[in-house]
Design a binder for this molecule. Structure first.
Ligand code: FE
Length: 205
């Protein structure tokens, strides 16, 4: 088995948002799929480590905003490189629009949003698959959607061959996230792509 072949599946990239008890939160996912058109239904697969996962499981409402090729790296950092458990990811960010089901659409660096209400949940181990009925969908721009490959080639900063002087960093080979420190904790999980410590490489000065 050559599991690298799995990287050849094409994916889009999305900001997935939820609202619970008046709090908005969001994360980056690559797994939004339309499954039927009548009725209009989508599935999302969300890692259980994401705070947004728990919010969607509790409330049954979400919005997936489709990232475009004009999305800048800042938006990936804001929604993907930190946890909503201890930060307000929407602080100082006003490029949003409240949708029909009470969740937020991101209107910057995106070309559309899809709001949906969960009808079924499937526990698949590390992730939950949510089947949901679309309740609100809008186009925001004509800019093409960013694929995961486009993100890797054009949005993610080019990795520096060396770490800054005097520092050691551990770089996620999957998404490029960098952890600074001499040793990477063995149970470390990449906050962006959720891959384990074994997918990190050591980069020294
Ligand atoms: Fe990663």
């Amino acid at each position: 088995m050559d599991t690298k072949a799995m990287f050849n599946i094409s994916y889009g990239l999305f900001v997935l948002t939820a609202n619970q008890d008046g709090k908005d939160n969001g994360c980056i996912v690559n797994t939004v799929t339309q499954v039927t058109s009548d009725p209009l239904q989508v599935t999302i697969a969300v890692n259980k480590l994401n705070y947004t996962h728990d919010m969607i499981a509790a409330t049954g409402h979400f919005t997936a905003s489709i990232l475009s090729e004009k999305a800048d790296f800042e938006i990936f950092k804001r929604f993907g490189f930190q946890s909503g458990r201890n930060t307000d990811k929407f602080a100082g960010f006003d490029a949003v629009q409240r949708t029909a089901n009470g969740t937020l659409a991101v209107t910057q660096g995106t070309n559309s949003y899809i709001s949906a209400d969960v009808t079924q949940k499937i526990d698949v181990g590390t992730h939950t698959i949510f089947l949901a009925k679309v309740v609100d969908v809008e186009s925001l721009s004509d800019i093409p959607s960013a694929t995961y490959t486009y993100y890797q080639q054009h949005i993610k900063p080019k990795p520096q061959p060396k770490a800054p002087q005097g520092k050691t960093i551990w770089r996620c080979k999957i998404c490029g996230y960098e952890y600074e420190g001499e040793e990477l904790p063995a149970d470390f999980i990449c906050p962006l792509c959720k891959h384990p410590a074994s997918d990190f490489e050591k980069v020294t000065a």
